[in-house]
Design a protein around this ligand. Structure first.
Ligand SMILES: [Zn+2]
Length: 176
């Protein structure tokens, strides 16, 4: 299933002038910054992009990004699969200054020496698409982990127990 047609680096201007497309799978374990926030580095991201030059002579790519990542459930702290499907509308620019002039329907991607590192770009898009907090579906949590996580709420409070210091306070020192 894996194909090696994805370039590591690409020049979006060449792709746009030729109206080329790129498509393929990128292993998630190549995306270190992303994997640091995931519960597992297993899986692939599928990416498809069609390049063109638009009427304002911008270098554009539209397409999609699909992946399934393992994130941490905030209820039981176990891993939960999260399917991500992102529509991409990218505009490639020379620097941050140009990025400000891009219409809001495009995500600016800043080129470095006229090139883009595909993995970095895909990584940023996935990080942006991640949910801020994730949970299992209702009752889908790991039961042992949930019991453990909520055990502090069920712990008996010790307000009923006499405070040992108040007892001690009743003993008056005896002079000898
Ligand atoms: Zn859970």
């Amino acid at each position: 299933m894996l194909n090696d047609s994805l370039p590591k680096y690409f020049d979006p201007r060449k792709y746009a002038h030729h109206e080329s497309a790129i498509e393929g799978y990128l292993p998630l374990n190549q995306l270190k910054e992303l994997c640091a926030v995931l519960a597992s580095d297993e899986g692939d991201a599928f990416i498809h992009l069609d390049f063109r030059v638009d009427e304002d002579r911008r270098y554009i790519a539209t397409g999609s990004l699909k992946t399934v990542v393992q994130v941490v459930c905030q209820r039981c702290m176990d891993s939960v699969s999260q399917e991500l499907a992102v529509d991409l509308s990218l505009a490639f620019v020379y620097d941050e200054e140009h990025a400000k002039n891009i219409p809001s329907d495009y995500d600016p991607v800043v080129m470095t020496d006229g090139e883009v590192i595909l993995a970095d770009m895909v990584e940023q898009e996935i990080i942006l698409a991640l949910p801020i907090v994730a949970y299992h579906e209702e009752s889908g949590c790991n039961p042992t982990a949930v019991k453990y996580a909520s055990s502090t709420d069920d712990a008996p409070d010790d307000e009923q127990k006499p405070n040992p210091f108040s007892i001690l306070a009743n003993f008056k020192p005896s002079k000898s």
